[in-house]
Design a protein around this ligand. Structure first.
Ligand code: SF4
Length: 254
């Protein structure tokens, strides 16, 4: 089993921070976030593009035309960490709800499985959530240590071609897993139709689906909130706001 983890490096340090869950089923729960580097998708609006948008790649990003925006140097933005040191950094926060996020954390299942074993040897109270884009099927030993999957399949507006973003075996797994819930960020009617279609094709019950408004600041979220609440009422989906954006906008590592 691997004892090294590739974490995102932010401000010169592995990105491990104490905050509150900002969206979905567990909104408001104090949590430690562990951000892995690397992703198997390349969403044009991704706000953690420092985990995958490497120099030398051709993936487009909405910031490409912004003055000063540059692709990232992989050597500077990945922190290769020893599992024991990651566990120590997590333990220092004295908070037992842990959120493995990314990038796409499930690209590093063996190392994350090892991390959870180290944490639980210290305290069985640790509860582990995974934020995933829903394209990878969990290995049995990884699945065994995870308490909750927050699955966020990407829609056409992400710019990823369908064969990359929609992996039937993985979506079927999560649709049937009692640990999984789904969340989607919506900006317009055609996004909603995609969610309805995915739910029908993969038999995802509406009570497992959380919808959130698109936006990178409080004003943008407010513009879509009323529409989305009505959509949730009409389809029996759950509504989630995005607390971290309300409070911190697009600031990282908080
Ligand atoms: S799947 Fe997530 S981390 Fe990966 S590119 Fe899309 S938004 Fe970014």
């Amino acid at each position: 089993m691997s004892n090294r983890l590739n974490l995102a490096r932010l401000a010169g340090r592995p990105e491990i921070f104490h905050s509150i869950q900002g969206e979905g089923k567990n909104t408001g729960v104090p949590s430690v976030f562990v951000r892995t580097s690397l992703c198997n998708l390349h969403c044009v609006w991704c706000d953690t593009d420092y985990t995958w948008n490497w120099i030398g790649t051709k993936f487009p990003h909405i910031n490409d035309n912004k003055p000063g925006y540059k692709k990232f140097d992989k050597r500077e933005w990945i922190a290769e960490c020893d599992i024991a040191s990651v566990a120590d950094q997590i333990a220092a926060f004295r908070c037992t709800n842990i959120i493995l996020t990314g990038g796409e954390p499930m690209l590093q299942q063996p190392a994350l499985t090892a991390l959870v074993h180290v944490l639980r040897a210290q305290s069985p109270a640790y509860r582990i959530e995974v934020e995933t884009n829903g394209t990878l099927v969990p290995a049995p030993d990884f699945d065994a240590v995870i308490d909750q999957y927050n699955v966020s399949p990407k829609l056409a507006n992400s710019g990823n071609v369908r064969r990359l973003r929609e992996k039937p075996a993985a979506l079927r797994f999560f649709a049937q897993s009692l640990k999984a819930n789904f969340k989607f960020v919506l900006s317009e009617q055609k996004d909603l139709q995609e969610v309805i279609d995915l739910a029908a094709v993969y038999s995802i019950p509406p009570e497992k689906i959380w919808l959130m408004p698109e936006g990178t600041n409080a004003a943008a979220l407010a513009k879509r909130r009323k529409w989305l609440v009505e959509v949730c009422k009409a389809n029996d989906f759950r509504y989630s706001d995005r607390l971290h954006i309300q409070i911190w906008g697009s600031k990282k590592g908080v």
